[in-house]
Design a protein around this ligand. Structure first.
Ligand SMILES: [Zn+2]
Length: 146
């Protein structure tokens, strides 16, 4: 009799704590505004734009030339300094042939000219969103810290 009465409150309090823990964890995961990530990618063949629908409701439409011009890979950008419009970049909208998700943080874009080394972090893509709303000549002057 003594044993049963003693063990009951112990189990109840453990249960209560674990329920609170789970609630807090899933909440912070779903409502973190500093790390938006894509929930949908649309790259219609021939349209030459990449559309990203973000989990906070923003929709970005990137012309291909913008993404290609700001390719963040070491070949396009060198190993130091800000990410800027690559001198070798073309003003043409090349088709994107492949899109791979890299971990939970980036996309790798494979272009029709066989350039496949550009890994675009979600954070960088969100920064590039600002350039989708200005003329290309303005966008080219922008720089991003790595
Ligand atoms: Zn590149």
């Amino acid at each position: 009799m003594n044993t049963i009465v003693h063990s009951f409150p112990e189990r109840e309090s453990r249960d209560a704590i674990s329920i609170v823990d789970v609630g807090e964890e899933s909440q912070s995961c779903m409502t973190n505004p500093t790390n938006p990530s894509p929930i949908e990618l649309r790259a219609p063949r021939g349209a030459l734009v990449l559309e990203i629908v973000w989990d906070d409701g923003l929709v970005s439409t990137y012309p291909h030339r913008l993404l290609r011009g700001f390719c963040p890979c070491a070949y396009c950008q060198g190993h130091q300094g800000p990410i800027r419009w690559a001198d070798a970049a073309t003003d043409q909208d090349l088709p994107i042939l492949d899109i791979d998700e890299v971990g939970n943080y980036a996309l790798r874009l494979g272009w029709s000219d066989s350039h496949t080394t550009g890994i675009y972090t979600f954070r960088f893509l969100r920064q590039l969103h600002a350039l989708t709303e200005v003329p290309l000549e303005e966008a080219k002057k922008k720089e991003f810290s790595r």
